[in-house]
Design a protein around this ligand. Structure first.
Ligand SMILES: [Zn+2]
Length: 114
């Protein structure tokens, strides 16, 4: 089911986030919460989504006042994806963030076409 207020997809007939029972089956164009990332990762993810032609909507989690207090590095971005593309987007997120991060900036493993 889908909660319009939270943009969440879930199995229950009640939203696990806000507790609302005012939920309905998702439609292809519904924006669904995908993930929440720190700003630097969010920019990367947004790029990759674009490369894959997946439209996304982003929202800053912290308000301006709070961001000032804790510093811009702690700011987090939420991603919302149309239901139709949610599975694609999830697969991309898994691929991007499940692999251990290699700190190496040089890409040594580039396949060279010679
Ligand atoms: Zn909700």
């Amino acid at each position: 089911m889908y909660c319009e207020r939270c943009c969440m997809i879930f199995e229950e007939d009640r939203c696990p986030v806000c507790g609302s029972r005012n939920v309905r089956p998702p439609r292809p164009g519904d924006l669904c919460f995908l993930t929440e990332r720190e700003t630097i990762w969010a920019e990367m993810l947004e790029d990759v989504l674009k490369q894959n032609d997946i439209p996304c909507l982003t929202k800053n989690v912290l308000g301006a006042g709070l961001a000032l207090k804790v510093g811009p590095m702690s700011e987090r971005i939420r991603f919302y994806i149309p239901y139709l593309r949610l599975q694609n987007a999830k697969a991309i997120v898994d691929e991007l963030f499940s692999a251990p991060q290699e700190g190496d900036e040089n890409e040594d493993q580039v396949d060279r076409k010679i």
